[in-house]
Ligand binder design. Structure first.
Ligand SMILES: NC(=O)c1ccc[n+]([C@@H]2O[C@H](COP(=O)([O-])OP(=O)(O)OC[C@H]3O[C@@H](n4cnc5c(N)ncnc54)[C@H](OP(=O)(O)O)[C@@H]3O)[C@@H](O)[C@H]2O)c1
Length: 286
């Protein structure tokens, strides 16, 4: 049983607190707006009046507020010493704020973890949810099992705060790429008079191909094996060109397809036409 503080009782902080109380830890909770703690005191948690009080009684303090910038302010305003305390910020944030937070925690002698929650609050406490963390030496060893109670597939990916922000940006772009693909696809079909229900009904068949895309990515990108393509970059460029002409002729927004075509065609012109489309990871980075 560990003494844990949860600072921030929004949707996510509440889910974290519920899970850790259920797991049998000693939990102290704090929220900026009073009143949200009441639900947790009924479950046996201690309601702290200030962040100082919550952190003082804990060995492991988890912050889950709006973003890292608000956490920096909370930490800056503390009046107690946090020397040797483990502070884990699970709020979302960008690289600059993450680095500022680590700087201020390190300057005060605290140990740190930053966590990126890849789940909805309803997924907290399940085996297939993920929280990716970065942290100071020994932090995962000491507190990784608690993080895995919150999300079973959690893992530590290193020490650098920028790595976590990049993972967030990268994985978010994977999901949003699919979302925007559906949005642009819906518009071009609507312009051609295709009922949205018909378009929507056909998306699950494309999900199978998205899975195949992942298989190709997994086989080729980590190993940098881009030769012997089953469907080469040339083939994709020609299909993208056809799709682009359709978007344009129907007066549908075409910038998404244009972006794909421009990058694929540039790599083809550069001599990579016979390679896998995933070789763009290399050509576009240059
Ligand atoms: N919800 C999700 O599905 C999800 C998933 C992954 C990650 N996250 C991340 O988890 C964090 C919290 O999200 P949430 O869904 O819990 O948001 P939320 O329901 O809107 O709650 C926000 C929390 O932040 C607190 N807060 C805001 N500004 C503050 C400040 N200046 N000082 C102190 N506390 C402040 C709020 O306190 P008050 O009650 O006083 O307003 C509240 O407790 C965010 O960084 C979010 O990106 C959320």
């Amino acid at each position: 049983m560990t003494n844990i503080a949860i600072l921030g009782l929004g949707s996510m902080g509440s889910a974290l607190a519920h899970c850790l109380i259920k797991a049998g830890h000693n939990v102290a909770v704090w929220n900026r707006t009073p009143g949200k703690s009441d639900a947790f005191t009924n479950l046996g948690a201690r309601a702290a009046k200030t962040p100082d009080e919550a952190i003082a009684v804990s060995d492991f303090a988890i912050v889950c507020v709006k973003s890292h910038a608000q956490t920096v302010k909370i930490i800056s305003d503390l009046t107690i010493s946090i020397q040797g305390k483990m502070i884990c910020d699970m709020s979302t944030g960008d690289t600059k704020d993450a680095e500022a937070l680590v700087k201020i925690l390190s300057a005060q002698g605290a140990r740190y973890m930053l966590g990126m929650i890849n789940a909805y609050p309803s997924g907290i406490g399940t085996d297939d949810a993920t929280i990716l963390t970065v942290g100071s030496a020994g932090s995962w060893l000491a507190y990784g099992p608690i993080i895995q109670t919150l999300a079973g597939r959690s893992a530590c990916i290193g020490r650098e705060p920028s790595a976590l922000a990049a993972m967030f940006a990268g994985l978010f772009s994977v999901r949003q790429g699919f979302m925007f693909g559906m949005i642009y696809g819906a518009i071009v079909c609507e312009k051609a008079g295709v009922p949205m229900q018909v378009f929507s009904d056909q998306i699950p068949a494309s999900l199978k191909l998205v899975h195949d895309y992942y298989g190709l990515f997994e086989r080729s990108v980590p190993t940098e094996r881009f030769a012997n393509a089953e469907a080469s970059m040339k083939v994709y460029a020609l299909a993208q060109e056809d799709a682009l002409k359709t978007f344009q002729s129907l007066d549908a927004p075409s910038e998404f397809m244009q972006l794909m075509y421009d990058n694929t065609k540039a790599a083809w012109d550069d001599g990579h036409g016979d390679q896998e489309l995933t070789a763009l990871v290399k050509t576009m980075a240059n």
